[in-house]
Design a protein around this ligand. Sequence first.
Ligand SMILES: [Zn+2]
Length: 248
Amino acid sequence: MDLDLATAAIQQTRIELAATCRWASRLGFQSGVCNHFSVAVPGHPNLMLINPEGFFWDEVTASSLVLATHDGTILSTNGNTVELTAFCIHAPIHRLLPQATAVLHTHMHHATAICTREGGTVAPTYLSGMSFYNRIAYDRGFSGAAVTPAEGERLAGMIGDKIVLMMDNHGPLVIGQTLGEALLTLIYLEDTCKIQLLAESGNATLQPIREDLLKRVKVPNQMFEAYGRTFMKALIRRLTREEPDFLS
Ligand SMILES: [Zn+2]
């Protein structure tokens, strides 16, 4: 394959993915050295960038990322590898959902706690959580760790036009048109779940938001995308100041 994989757009995407890993690490979203973030390669929708196996997110740099095909062939030459389960979840979602430029999966505690409840759902009863109204799919068929692409294909089928998949007995997965948008979704999802769990403690009843208000919030999705870009710029600015090695 004779591909130009050193374009300015690809380098920018590498920086954004490394920044996403670093920020999510600060938020405590990683479990051990597991969990994966991936993004489609600009100009090459059949390729993806993903964080390397065995690294803490706060060690990830732009050059340590793995660039691979959807069938698992690694094209990057830094010697880094990717976990099998990461390929089995992320690659089929990129392949089957063109809107899934970014795919982020964590076991962050509050969202995962909702995933472990029988019939657990995220209640959009808080301002920043309103954007999740009708945007969350639920996988009620937990079947263990993903070890074949068929499992990722099953998950992609469930996501459809949603932006979040809450996987029973496992954890959340979010998609986005940009990394900034997807990371914001991840942060707001964790906030929403945390606030819900706190609000429900002591068997308190959640105060619902009126349906007409929830429906109205569906409109500014482009606004959220723009906010995602602003957020990513701010992230890169701060990380460049505080931990500039992520750029290397
Ligand atoms: Zn997982």
